[in-house]
Ligand binder design. Sequence first.
Ligand code: PLP
Length: 437
Amino acid sequence: MTSPPTSQQLFDRALAVSPGGVNSPVRAFRAVGGTPIFMRSGSGAWLTDVDGHRYVDLVGSWGPMLLGHAHPEVLAAVNDAVTRGTSFGTPSEPEVLLAEEIVARTPVDSVRLVSSGTEATMSAIRLARGFTGRTKVVKFAGCYHGHVDALLAEAGSGVVTLGIPGTPGVPAHVTADTIVLPFNDRAAVEAAFGEYGDDIACLITEAAPGNMGVVPPAPGFNALLSEICRRNGALFISDEVMTGFRVTASGHWGVDGKVEGWSPDVVTFGKVMGGGFPAAAFGGRADVMNLLAPVGPVYQAGTLSGNPIATTAGLTTLKLADAQAYERLDAASAELQRLVGDALTAEGVTHVMQNAGNMFSVFWGIDSATNFAEAQAQEAWRYKAFFHAMLDAGVYLPPSAFECWFVSAAHDADALSRIAEALPRAARAAAQAKEST
Ligand code: PLP
């Protein structure tokens, strides 16, 4: 009998047939070095790789696995749905149920289901441009909204400058209408609207950014964004692809983590609401959403949008994500943050841990990060050493210092004790790491 392929063998084969051997760049371990681990299965808080090693998972498929892997009720619902067929290209009941659940739990009046967070933000921007008849889009440096051309922009040298493409393949004219501002900078927001207010179709922000590490909005910052958009006739797009249904039972982070008094124009969702399948959504005020085809003239469509298997997985996940699940998740995340903080402090590693609810990340060698420039000043090289020591001890962390750590409601005492055992050695490795390593 031939033995199954190892991670290294699979990676070598993948390299021959895919760019970098992966289907999404961060999976390639370029930021931490080494060979990516190929996973075979997951259960609760744990992953098992193709070589038979078990890991406590702190990536959670980059956010979706709120309940942990292979939750029995999600699997049962998916298995049941699959027996009836996998895609019809017609409306079906599960998509109505999922849309009803999203509308009931969040402040949106109406949603359109799509297949990825990228599609959601791309469509939300098109909708905002169609609604306002304007072209400019404001975004913040360090906020990631998927690989939408217009949003892959980096700021020029001034505070209020028009974006230049952040990647080859995006023509300059595509980002020329993107204004990139420093996060948490009220003066920059005021200045941008002062200069371009009449041309700004929308401002998009991560409701609580997790893509430059976790950098929460300062108190009142999201409220300012919402208010300044209203004052200038622009739409406020709150990207909750990561925060949505992860940070609170109310489904979103909103303004200052509160639901009251918040009336977003458009909100994007993804990750958790797909239950581990490709499903995402954008929703908002009825008058804005009704501009979408077939009611209105703004075109948006998708062969697999509202797919019955994905929507069944998402709906079942959201139904199981009750107040108790969030309590377990929040408690596990708080305990994990305490464990990591204590271990790093014991080894004298300068760090700061920042969180937005149960989402958190560690910044190395600095004592705060309120925007992307500050986040980039961290000693990311310490994380490499920490990451590999944790991996060797059976803890799977995000393979980059600039990513959020994702805990699930299935992270129990067993999972936490594996992490607690791994931490002292990893903290020592971070303390002893040298910049060149
Ligand atoms: N928006 C945010 C805040 C995200 O974190 C991501 C992905 O990480 C996206 C959008 C893009 O989602 P997707 O990867 O499903 O296209």
